[in-house]
Every structure is written in C-alpha cells, then in structure tokens.
Design a protein around this ligand. Structure first.
Ligand SMILES: [Zn+2]
Ligand SMILES: [Zn+2]
Length: 983
C-alpha cells in the first residue's frame, strides 16, 4: 500500500530513529559458515580453471589490473575511508549552466578519477562545480543514528539549490565501493590477503557511516521527475518509505538501491570472511568489526529494504537478491522467506504464458530477469531451495526473447526498448548470452562458450575453452518466431546479416507499451529499414508512443485504444516457403469494428523476400495506412507522382494522434496503383500500393528521434520519411507489396488481378517468374479469373501459385485446396475438437505442458511447429505452438513448445466479498485475465475483470470473505475447451 509521502522540511531536518533496527535481533556476528555465496568446491574449481583456461586467467588478471590501475593498493586505510562519506549522495536538480530538461539523469554526466572533485556535463561540456559555485548555504540533517550532518549548497537566482558536494561524492564513493568486489574475488583467486585487507577497510567503513544515512530521494516515480524536468531531493523519516527513495547513494533515482548495494557488499564480506583480515582490523581498532558489519550494514540494510513500499515491478530483483543472500549469510530465515515470496509472486504473476516478461520490451526483460538470474544459486545449493524443481519455467523465462533480435543482432525496438542508435551499449544480442548460459546451467545443456566470466568461473559445471562469440549467438536466433502470449511475431528468410525480417506486434497492453497495435517493422540489407523508434526519454516521447509514429493504420486521426489483439494465423517463412502472420484487433480504435492485418513473406532468395501486406479496417471515416522510414540513417522518398504542399491535410485533423509532429507534407493522387521508394545508405524499399483509386497519398517528414540521443535541443535535426495512404468511407482494404533491395529489385511489376468480397489476388512479375498470391483473411477462400483467362480457386486463408520455366507450383499457405484450371493441390485443412485433459502446472506437473484431445491427430511430425488455438465459449483464446503429437492411453496428446503455462496468476486472497476478492500481490498481467478461470478452494469461476492493481471480479455468487488466506489460481485453458489447428 502506498501512503501519503511525508517529507521533513524544517531548517534542521530530523530523520532520527528512536529504536535501532537490531534492538530485538539475536547477537552478531552469526555462526554461519563462510564462504557461502560461492562454495569452497566452486572456489577450488575456479582456481584450477584460472590455471587451465586463458579466459579464466584473463578474468583474474583483469580484476587485478583494474585494482592496480585504481591506485588503491598504495592508498592508506585513512585515505580509503576518506572516500566514503558521512553525507548521503543525490543528483543535481539539473545542469546549472545549460539548464536542460531532465539533465539530472545520469547519462548526461561523466566523472573520472583523474579529476575526482568535478563532474563533466555531456551537454554543455561544463566542469562542475565551477569557480562561481562556491557554497551559499547549508542544511543540517539528523540521521537515523542521531548524528547531525551538514550539506552545503549553491543557490541560483531561481532559488534552486545545487548540492555539488553530494553530487561529486556520489562518484567518488561509488568508485571506491565498486573496487570492493574486485578485491574480494582477486583474494579468492590468488589467496593474497593484501586484496582482502583493502576490501575489509571499505566494508568496515561503510558499516560505520551507514546507520546514520537518512532516507532520501525523489519520492514519486521517475515519470514525475521527467515531467517536472528537474530533480528535487527530499528527506524522509516515516515508514513505509516511498518507492523512489533510499539511504544509500540514490543517484539513479531508483528503488531498492540499498538492496542493490548490500547484495554486492554482502558477497564481499562473505568471500573474505575467512581471510583473517577482519580479526586483524578488530585488534587494531578494538571493536568487533564482523559484528558491526553484520549488524549495522547487512542486517540494517535488509530491515530498511522491508520498509520500502513494495510492488511487483521490474526493480524487484534487487529486493529478492539482497534479502535472499543477507538472509542466508545471517541465518535470518524470515529474510529468505520474504525473498522467496516475492520471487515466486513475480514468476507466477508477471510473465506471459509464453514465458516473456509482462512488459513487452527487451530492456525491461534484461533488467528484471538479469537481476534474478542467479536466484537458483543464491537461494539454492546446500541447505537452500530447489528453485528449478519448484519453478521449471525458469530456464524458459531466461532465453525466450532470443527470437526478438534482428539479423544484425539488435533488439527489435518494440515499445520502450532502447535502440543502440539512441543508446550505444543498449542491450542487444550480446546481452542474451548470459541468459543462455544461465539457462543451460539449469537444464544441463551447453549451447555456448563463456558468457559471464565470473559465472562461468565459479558456477558453470561444463568446461569452456573461450569466450562466446557473436556467431554462436546468431546461430541460436530463429529466423521466424512467435511469442503468442506477449504478441510478437517475426517472419524471416535466412540468417545472414542482410537477411529480411518482417515483424508484427499485437499483444496485450502492459507497462512501457506504445499505441502500436498491429504495427510492423522491416529489416533487410543489413539495416532496420521501416522503423518503430523504440524508447526515448526526450520531449518527443508523446510522438514516439503514439500510433502515428508506428507502421499501422490510424482511424480518424485519433489515438489507439489499449485493446489487445488476437492471433489469427502464423506460418514460418523459409527460402522455399511463403510465411504468413495474421492478427486482428477489432477494438484498436473506439470506432473500429474490423482491424485485421495479414502479411505474407514471399522468398526471392536465400535471405531475401518481399512482404505482401493486407490491412483491412472498418469503422470510423478516415483510414490512414502509415509507413515510416529508418530511424537510424537518412532516407528520402522517390515517386513519380505529382505532389503539392498540403500540411493541413494531416495536421488539420482534429484530435490528431500526434500528427502535429509531421511536417513538409506533400499530397497527390496515387491513381489505381503507384510505387514509392524509400532510399538511403545504398538501400531501397519499394512500396507498391494497389487498389488506391480515389485515395490520397501524403508524404511528409517526422522526427526520427533516435539519432538525437535524447538531447531535446537536437530532436529537430533528424527526421525520416512518413508515408500516409489515406482512404475515406469507413471500409478500407489496404494492399501493399513491400520489397527491400540493394541494386536491382526482384519485383518488376505488380498487378491487382481481383478484389472480390473479402478476397484479393495479386500478380507479381519477377523477371521470368510470376506469382499469383491469393489471400482471404477470413479464411473463406477465393475464386478468381487471371488476366489470361485461367481460373484459380483457394479454399482457406492464403495460397500462392509460383510460375516459371513453364511450370506451375501450387503452394497452400493455409487451407485445404488450391487449384489452377484443372490442376489442384488438396490437403487436410485442419483439425478441431475438444480438450479432454490438461497436463501442466495446473495439474501439479509444472515441468510439462500437454493437452490430451478427443481427435486422432497425425503423429508423423506434420503438426510440429503449427499453432493450436484453444478457446472457451466466453473466454480468451490461447495460441500454443505444437512441439509434437504423442499418444497417451489411446488418445492424441499434444506436447506444447516452450512449456507454456496454464496458470497465469497465483497468490493468496487478502480480503473479499461476494463475487470479488483482493490479491495479496498486484497482478501486472491483469489485462489478459478477462474470461480466464479462477480457482479458489476447489471452486471455479470466470473472471469478469481486474480492478486496481489486484482486485479480481468474478462471475460468481461465492462470498470470498470466507476465503481470506486461501490460495487462488488464474488459468485460461481447461478440460472441455475447444481447439483448432490450422494447416
Ligand atoms: Zn551542462
Ligand atoms: Zn513503438
């Protein structure tokens, strides 16, 4: 529960605490045996690896080299202690020279040990504090331990206070503290007590100052700090402390900073605990240093962490790791239990049924899953919890986003995902290596060489002779990929860096989401060619988040709703096979009734192909099919159309969905069909527009944002072409053929040969080859006459006739029949039936995922990789990928790929009434729960919706006040559900 934030704002700020945290604790130090973080056996194996493998020796040598370079080995104990301050540290409100918005964010600053008393502003190149920033005043703060500490500030003419000391001290202190883990690991690997001694001085000094560190921070969320444009620090005395506050260095303005630091420092303490250096320090100062560290630092930081407002966010890993490790090191079972409760709550409630993190972004996947990657080791091992046994989904959670990477190894920039153009060093395919390695350690696989040297050195059970390289990772990235729960699909051909990829996003709304339903993007020729900008913290975030900046259709110039889409069909592409993805989101706009996109990827070579894009929309009046160029480089648009200036046509629309960001608009009449080309960096993207009679084509420029690297004053320097194909009348069918190429295109001509009730047929001429592509997104087939008089018939959703060398090859993409004059191909169009049994987490077998059905399915492998749609009469439809079909007691049993989960939420009821109850933890996946079942104490009801963060409304007369303290499970698939498999 979030309470009203109360901050202390008197002349002397009193954050004192009456009773120390440890008043009722058992005595310190505890009798736990060290080392525990790494076992003695792991440490000994690491030492042999250092002798045996170059990568391991390199790791040790790098640690030592960094220590030697730092100069800490020649610093005396007092000098080291002098870099760890009595004051807490926090950001400047902004740069006092350029006064940029949000310039308190850490990416605007650099610091180096060579000039340790100044910080450098990246925006205006100022070195701060300057000579003009002599302190003009100071505040006094009484810390929790009762000590009074002064903080000097300089005030500008607006009355804004800049605590330069606090700012610079953050960097100085962090520099020293970050050396501690290196020192501890160097000690472990070399057994040279010099390293341990330095680390001990750092940890002991932290234990001296920490008890008097007052809670401070921004208090509200980061978003509020961004909107406000500058940072204002507050001090807090009363619990629970706000989410964005800490006692320890709160520079990044994040929650659980104390937990993050104490997790590192607890490792240091543990690894050097048996070195004898603490006993030596104790003799010198006459105090029990171990007792002080355990009590005043580890125990106190853990107890403080329990007082911070708790939620199920992407920051929770810090809480879990710190409470888990400190709990084990101090023998505090309550801490371990808190860590386990939050971890299981997260795993059970915050991941989609396909295994992906609830926020559809690689950034936040990296952040949260990266932070809990070592839970099985920190909470497991001797005397610990069997994490994999309890949650077999864990390895899947680690590596399921492998398929969300481009052939260049970039993350697909869906939603709030940093592109490496905007943020060099943003997570890319390289950052997936640690997830793969950690997953392999759990499953016993051994797919790659060393990803994280420290992990590989101590934890990895398989031997590896070198560091992982990019090609090993690239080999693990599938060319086609579907995550049906989060709603990401990739069609691709080939695996070279130049390979083509077409993506589509249709998933449910969650944190960090954009208005991007049925948005696509295109990769090819070694580039991202049609972009989704991704994450930005700049002023143009409203544009970046809006439907108008996505490659989708905007209705009446309005913003999209937050409605979920639904998968209709998916078939992977290959150099010899046409792929297809189809999805719909009929409620994407308030006025829309049909909103369906069907894309085929037609191969033209081993890593090339073109996209046939059919976008059908009904409802509202004006429909704008939008394409945006590359956000990574300069592109221009080439077209033969005659165009005239017409900014008004776009920006004149009321309620504009961020159209006001588009400028230099020229408009023209596309005729029946036309071609426009995006050109730049030696690449071309041809867009053949078909069936455009009476439409308008509007070409403009929009901010491409990424290259401004989040500097607001540079946002207008970079733009990309925006194409808007506008249809009026409220019922539209956009049909485009999109081909990227370097040099000559494969496509020579494109012709719309038929446009019936709901079917389309396109003839594509490619040199001496032609293809006829038939699509009916409803799956009802097509019957058309070709220009040469031949007749074509499709029963199903899509088919392609490939013609060349006097031969016609008929390919059914999805359906049961494709015929050309007398020639025909027939196949079983699909299967449907009823689910007889569900085997998986819902039946107490969390390592399996199997549906037993009442229809005899082929067991020859022909259904492997196909999608199985499972639905309830009023419930949500789930799409599962088939791994294989087996037999179970005479029935067909479908094993599902990637162990999808049937349980989608699980916790305990804390309060209830008739037809509704409140969950003990928030339910981040709540937008996917409507129509799901919820089981409480053997009774099952259907969820109508979720209110607030976790109040479940059930279509049931049950009085849930009788179930307080009882566990509940939310699930979508059960016995009796209907299924269909499309082939
Ligand atoms: Zn500046
Ligand atoms: Zn986006």
């Amino acid at each position: 529960m979030r309470t009203e934030e109360r901050r202390v704002d008197d002349a002397v700020i009193d954050c004192s605490r009456e009773i120390p945290y440890w008043a009722d604790a058992r005595p310190f130090p505890r009798t736990v045996e060290h080392p525990l973080f790494y076992s003695q056996a792991e440490i000994e194996r690491a030492r042999t690896r250092v002798a045996r493998h170059d990568w391991a020796k390199q790791y040790r040598d790098d640690q030592i080299a960094k220590i030697e370079e730092s100069g800490i080995l020649s610093m005396g104990a007092e000098e080291i202690r002098g870099e760890i301050f009595e004051q807490v540290t926090f950001p400047l409100p902004r740069c006092p020279v350029d006064r940029g918005q949000r310039s308190w964010r850490e990416n605007f600053w650099t610091w180096s040990v060579a000039d340790r008393h100044h910080v450098h502003c990246e925006t205006c190149s100022s070195s701060l504090p300057g000579a003009e920033h002599e302190p003009t005043g100071e505040i006094e703060v009484i810390g929790p331990a009762g000590g009074l500490v002064k903080y000097a500030f300089w005030e500008d003419e607006d009355g804004t206070r800049y605590f330069f000391n606090s700012f610079v001290q953050f960097y100085r202190q962090k520099w020293v503290i970050d050396l501690a883990p290196k020192l501890a690991r160097s000690y472990v690997l070399t057994q040279d007590a010099t390293f341990a001694r330095k680390a001990a001085v750092i940890v002991a000094r932290l234990a001296e100052v920490y008890p008097n560190y007052p809670v401070h921070g921004f208090g509200k969320g980061f978003g509020s700090a961004d909107k406000q444009g500058y940072y204002k620090n507050s001090f807090y005395r009363d619990t629970p402390f706000p989410f964005v506050s800490s006692r320890w260095a709160n520079f990044a303005v994040g929650p659980y900073v104390d937990a993050a630091y104490v997790y590192e420092i607890a490792q240091v303490y543990d690894l050097i605990s048996d070195s004898g250096v603490f006993e030596a320090l104790a003799r010198e100062c006459g105090r029990d240093v171990k007792a002080e560290i355990e009590r005043d630092l580890l125990y106190e930081a853990a107890r403080h962490t329990l007082e911070v407002d708790r939620r199920l966010t992407n920051y929770q890993g810090r809480f879990i790791m710190a409470m888990g490790l400190v709990g084990r090191l101090l023998g505090e079972q309550d801490f371990v239990a808190e860590a386990w409760e939050v971890y299981t709550a997260l795993v059970d409630n915050s991941f989609h049924y396909d295994g992906f993190w609830c926020e559809n972004t690689l950034n936040y996947f990296n952040m949260i899953v990266g932070s809990v990657l070592d839970v099985p080791h920190v909470m497991g091992g001797t005397g610990g919890i069997d994490v994999l046994g309890e949650r077999p989904i864990v390895p899947r959670i680690y590596d399921c986003p492998l398929g969300l990477h481009s052939p260049q190894g970039e993350t697909l920039p869906v939603n709030d995902t940093w592109s490496s153009t905007l943020r060099p060093g943003a997570p890319g395919l390289r950052s997936m290596a640690k997830f793969v390695e950690a997953a392999d350690e759990l499953t016993g696989a051994n797919r790659i060489q060393v990803a994280r040297p420290e992990f590989a050195l101590f934890r990895r059970s398989s031997e590896a002779s070198r560091a992982v390289d990019e090609t090993e990772l690239q080999a693990l990235v599938p060319d086609n990929y579907l995550l049906p729960g989060v709603g990401d699909a990739v069609l691709g051909i080939g695996r070279t860096p130049n390979a083509v990829r077409t993506t589509l996003y249709f998933g449910p709304w969650a944190g960090h989401h954009h208005y991007d339903t049925l948005g696509m993007s295109l990769f090819g020729c070694g580039h991202e060619l049609l972009s989704d900008i991704g994450y930005t913290w700049s002023l143009y975030r409203p544009w970046v988040n809006s439907a108008a900046s996505h490659n989708t259709v905007v209705v009446d110039g309005r913003e999209q709703s937050q409605a979920s889409g639904r998968l209709l069909s998916y078939k992977p592409a290959s150099p010899t096979q046409v792929g297809m993805i189809s999805a719909e989101a009929s409620a994407a706009f308030e006025s829309s009734t049909v909103y369906t996109r069907t894309m085929l990827l037609v191969p033209t070579g081993s890593d090339s192909g073109y996209t046939v894009d059919l976008f059908e929309v009904e409802g509202g009046g004006t429909h704008d099919y939008l394409l945006h160029g590359s956000a990574d480089f300069d592109q221009s648009i080439r077209t033969d159309l005659s165009l005239s200036e017409t900014d008004e046509e776009l920006t004149g629309i009321p309620d504009g969905a961020a159209y006001s960001y588009i400028s230099n608009v020229r408009g023209g009449d596309p005729g029946d069909s036309c071609k426009i080309t995006f050109e730049g960096e030696g690449t071309q993207v041809d867009v053949h527009i078909l069936g455009a009679e009476g439409d308008r084509l509007l070409l403009g420029r929009g901010p491409s944002v990424r290259r401004a690297k989040d500097a607001d004053h540079r946002l207008d320097e970079f733009s990309y072409p925006v194409v808007c194909w506008r249809k009026q009348g409220g019922k539209s069918r956009f049909l485009a053929v999109i081909e990227n190429h370097q040099g000559e295109p494969v496509i020579e001509r494109v012709q719309l040969v038929a446009r019936g009730g709901s079917e389309v047929a396109v003839l594509v001429g490619e040199g001496d080859r032609t293809r006829v592509i038939l699509v009916n997104s409803s799956g009802e087939g097509a019957r058309v006459a070709l220009p040469d008089g031949r007749s074509v018939e499709l029963v199903g959703r899509a088919g392609v006739i490939h013609e060349g060398d006097g031969e016609s090859v008929l390919e059914i993409i999805e359906g049961s029949r494709l015929a050309l004059d007398g020639e025909a191909v027939d196949q079983v169009g699909g299967y449907e039936g009823c689910v007889l049994d569900v085997v998986g987490d819902i039946s107490g077998q969390p390592g399996e995922s199997r549906l037993v059905v009442d229809v005899d399915l082929p067991r020859d492998g022909s259904l492997n990789g196909k999608v199985m749609f499972v639905s309830r009469p009023k419930g949500p439809e789930s799409a599962y990928m088939i791994q294989d079909v087996a037999e179970a007691e005479g029935r067909s049993a479908v094993n599902l790929e990637g162990i999808p989960r049937f349980v989608r939420g699980r916790s305990e009821i804390v309060s209830g009434e008739r037809g509704r109850f409140e969950s003990k933890v928030e339910l981040p996946m709540k937008s996917t729960y409507r129509g799901c079942l919820v089981s409480v104490g053997g009774e099952t009801g259907t969820i109508i919706g979720v209110e607030g963060r976790g109040t479940v409304v059930v279509d049931s007369e049950v009085d849930y006040s009788r179930n307080v303290g009882v566990a509940f499970e939310i699930f979508a698939t059960s016995r009796g559900d209907q299924f269909r498999i499309l082939v």
